[in-house]
Design a protein around this ligand. Structure first.
Ligand SMILES: [Zn+2]
Length: 150
């Protein structure tokens, strides 16, 4: 899609530091890493949101991210790489309010270490456990929607 930075990388018009390429997706270094070793897994087909992404493609990018998470731990265990990886976050920002900046679906693979300063900030309602009836009501409603769109 024209104007899309990730499509520009996929078309070879913009530079990227490639980590992985296959027929379905690519993975490259984030140019604004949360921590050294931060990789983005990007489907070859443009989809601006998860709703537009072919589910099998979503499964595939998760599999690649899973392998990258293992690879990052191995890289971090090698002295001199500059990568510290005591844990990993896989993260998708779907929508602007969720922090999405490039509107071509991508899965972040973020190496984490104690004291790296990154984290989630929770809203004021966090920590309050809703009554079971409320959880059951929402579960049923979401379940219905899930199968309505399948
Ligand atoms: Zn794109």
């Amino acid at each position: 899609m024209s104007g899309c930075v990730f499509c520009g990388i996929l078309d070879g018009k913009l530079p990227a530091s490639m980590v992985h390429e296959d027929e379905v997706c690519v993975a490259f270094m984030d140019i604004q890493p949360v921590n050294p070793g931060h990789v983005l897994v990007v489907p070859r087909t443009h989809a601006s949101s998860l709703a537009d992404l072919e589910p099998t493609m979503g499964g595939h990018i998760f599999q690649v991210a899973q392998r990258l998470a293992v690879a990052l731990r191995d890289v971090a265990s090698t002295p001199g790489t500059g990568v510290r990886c005591e844990g990993v976050n896989l993260f998708v920002a779907d929508g602007e309010v969720a922090g999405q900046e490039v509107f071509h679906v991508h899965l972040h693979v973020i190496p984490r270490f104690a004291g790296d300063g990154f984290g989630f900030r929770f809203g004021p309602g966090y920590g309050v456990q809703p009554p079971r009836g409320e959880l059951d009501r929402l579960a049923a409603r979401i379940h219905r929607e899930l199968w309505a769109t399948a």
